[in-house]
Design a protein around this ligand. Structure first.
Ligand SMILES: Cc1cc2nc3c(=O)[nH]c(=O)nc-3n(C[C@H](O)[C@H](O)[C@H](O)COP(=O)(O)OP(=O)(O)OC[C@H]3O[C@@H](n4cnc5c(N)ncnc54)[C@H](O)[C@@H]3O)c2cc1C
Length: 410
């Protein structure tokens, strides 16, 4: 049987390797870029956070996140790690559950996949952006940009999503599946930096801190996360900002990003810290009241926002002034203006409607023999290795199903 995979990224390579577990299947991967796995190389800041040992349905989103259940149940993080070990990849797990290659380089992940596919006789055609896919004489017909034609019995669309546009994120997968009658939902950038009024972030550009960050609208908290944030000249970045970015992307106007600085301290603890400083060091300048607790630039920004002159002496600060400082620390408010776009996003929220596919096989309900996997579908995960896990799980399931190997794998 001839099986074609469009897209040589995470899910496409997993699908191709799975399908080629039977040597009766001839498998060819078509990749539009000059090499396979280009986006993979950039993942995890070049380290590739390839999965998360805590991957469960709760970390996935989309119109029907339950669609991801069968693939994750069959091929979850532990099976994925065994599979990677069988390809020669040595990994390490961080306390958060995030898994990385021990080499600390994403190139190791791409290399073990690429070499294994080569060794198993899977074909790869790079620099081949498939322009159209359709049916001819009972087979699938793929057409390249210069009219090149390829036919196959089974077709797996693994073109990824719109995110990471500079690394190859394109709309192509949606279009190819659209030609077979599959519809998609609205697409939005996710795991992406937040844009806010930058009056109070620009002076802190590049400064990182631990914080609690929330997205609020009319007093309702729409999303919240704890962890590191980084102030930027356009707003807020960092893992905790990414964690609320999906909700931010979907939110309407009138939202506020609220940063709680010194998140481990209650207001009463902050007040007693500030009072102790005032008692113990009355001649300090106000700009030093938070020295030792926060980055100096953040401390100065907080005082400015609270309206406290930086050169006032601590003995001159009233209890009311200390309370104002504490309130500003607890609610460092940044009016939301949006998020950065698909160029900067790590993942696409939205995609091809999963209702059109069988979650047990990833096969199209409209066109027998057609499969889809990975980010092109309307499933996206949280930050922390969950998106690549979905790519491996869905890719492997699609490859086994297309290759007629699901029963063998059970
Ligand atoms: C900067 C960045 C960092 C990330 N870090 C992490 C991380 O650490 N952990 C994590 O879990 N997730 C991470 N992600 C998300 C993760 O990389 C993706 O969710 C995952 O790669 C999706 O796999 P995929 O196979 O669906 O798509 P991709 O890996 O994007 O692969 C799709 C492939 O299809 C090719 N293609 C598209 N159209 C065509 C066509 N018409 N013809 C031929 N080929 C085509 C593309 O060139 C691409 O190579 C990151 C994303 C980015 C952008």
């Amino acid at each position: 049987m001839d099986i074609a995979v469009i897209g040589g990224g995470a899910s496409g390579l997993a699908a191709a390797l799975a399908a080629r577990e039977s040597l009766d299947n001839r498998v060819t991967v078509f990749e539009r870029q000059n090499r396979v796995g280009r986006k993979l190389l950039a993942t995890g800041n070049g380290r590739c956070n390839l999965t998360n040992r805590g991957a469960s349905l709760a970390h996935y989103h989309g119109r029907d996140p339950g669609f991801a259940g069968p693939a994750l149940a069959r091929f979850g993080p532990e099976e994925t790690l065994r599979w990677f070990a069988s390809l020669g990849l040595v990994t390490t797990t961080e306390p958060s559950g995030r898994v990385y290659p021990v080499s600390d380089t994403a190139g190791s992940v791409v290399d073990v996949l690429r070499l294994a596919l080569e060794a198993r006789g899977g074909g790869t055609v790079c620099a081949m952006p498939i322009a159209r896919a359709g049916r001819r004489d009972g087979r699938f017909l793929l057409t390249g940009p210069a009219g090149e034609e390829y036919t196959c019995d089974k077709l797996i669309v693994a073109c990824g999503g719109a995110a990471g546009a500079r690394l190859g994120g394109v709309l192509s997968g949606y279009e190819l599946l659209g030609a077979f009658g599959h519809r998609r939902t609205e697409l939005r950038p996710s795991l992406v930096q937040l844009k806010t009024d930058n009056t109070w972030t620009r002076p802190l550009k590049g400064v990182r801190t631990q914080a609690q960050i929330s997205l609020e609208q009319d007093g309702t908290i729409l999303a919240a996360a704890d962890g590191e944030i980084q102030f930027t000249d356009y707003g807020v970045s960092g893992p905790a900002a990414y964690d609320i970015s999906r909700a931010t992307s979907l939110a309407g106007p009138g939202c506020t990003v609220c940063v709680r600085l010194l998140p481990e301290l209650e207001k009463v603890d902050i007040i007693s810290y500030l009072s102790a400083k005032r008692n113990d060091f009355p001649d300090y300048k106000a700009e030093n009241i938070l020295t030792g607790a926060l980055h100096n630039s953040i401390a100065r920004a907080v005082l400015r926002r609270a309206g406290i002159p930086l050169d006032a002496r601590l003995w001159a600060l009233s209890d009311g002034a200390l309370e104002l400082i504490a309130d500003t620390l607890i609610r460092y408010e940044l009016p939301l203006t949006g998020t950065l776009g698909f160029d900067d996003a790590q993942v696409t929220a939205g995609g091809v409607e999963t209702a059109g596919f069988d979650p047990e096989t990833m096969e199209s309900r409209l066109v027998p023999g057609l499969y889809a996997c990975g980010e092109v579908l309307d499933i996206d995960g949280d930050c922390g290795g969950y998106n690549l896990q979905w790519a491996w799980s869905s890719g492997r399931l699609a490859g086994l199903a297309a290759g007629g190997l699901l029963e063998d794998d059970a």
